[in-house]
Design a protein around this ligand. Structure first.
Ligand code: SF4
Ligand code: SF4
Length: 112
């Protein structure tokens, strides 16, 4: 499953810099206007904007692979000193799906 950021986030921005798929956005930013191209990977009916936050950094589930195949653990969770990053049980995905997403993101032209 992808990761999510809780309200204990203090908006330091470290996780945003470290994310290999640019899945983390600053508080209040409209991710659809910036990088919404990957939205086609998941069924739009299954991915809503409930992850968005005006108060703290947030993770777009459609772009989070849990860092599978990149790092032993989600790098955003490892780096966060506020313990603000956790598993997102609402947007559950199988490991197979996460690897398929990774492949998709890495083959997209200009995926960064
Ligand atoms: S989740 Fe943690 S690392 Fe990311 S911006 Fe918030 S405090 Fe910083
Ligand atoms: S788990 Fe990895 S891919 Fe997902 S948001 Fe964190 S750093 Fe990005």
């Amino acid at each position: 499953m992808p990761m999510k950021i809780a309200s204990s986030c203090e908006n330091c921005g470290l996780c945003e810099i470290l994310c290999p798929y640019n899945a983390i956005y600053p508080a209040g930013v409209n991710w659809r206007k910036i990088h919404n191209r990957y939205f086609i990977f998941c069924d739009e009916d299954l991915v809503h904007d409930d992850f968005w936050s005006p108060a703290h950094c947030y993770i777009v589930p459609d772009k989070c692979t849990e860092c599978l195949g990149k790092y032993p653990e989600p790098i955003c969770k490892t780096a966060c000193t506020k313990n603000a990053v956790m598993s997102d049980n609402v947007h559950w995905e199988s490991e197979e799906h996460l690897y398929a997403k990774k492949e998709y993101l890495e083959t997209m032209p200009g995926w960064m």
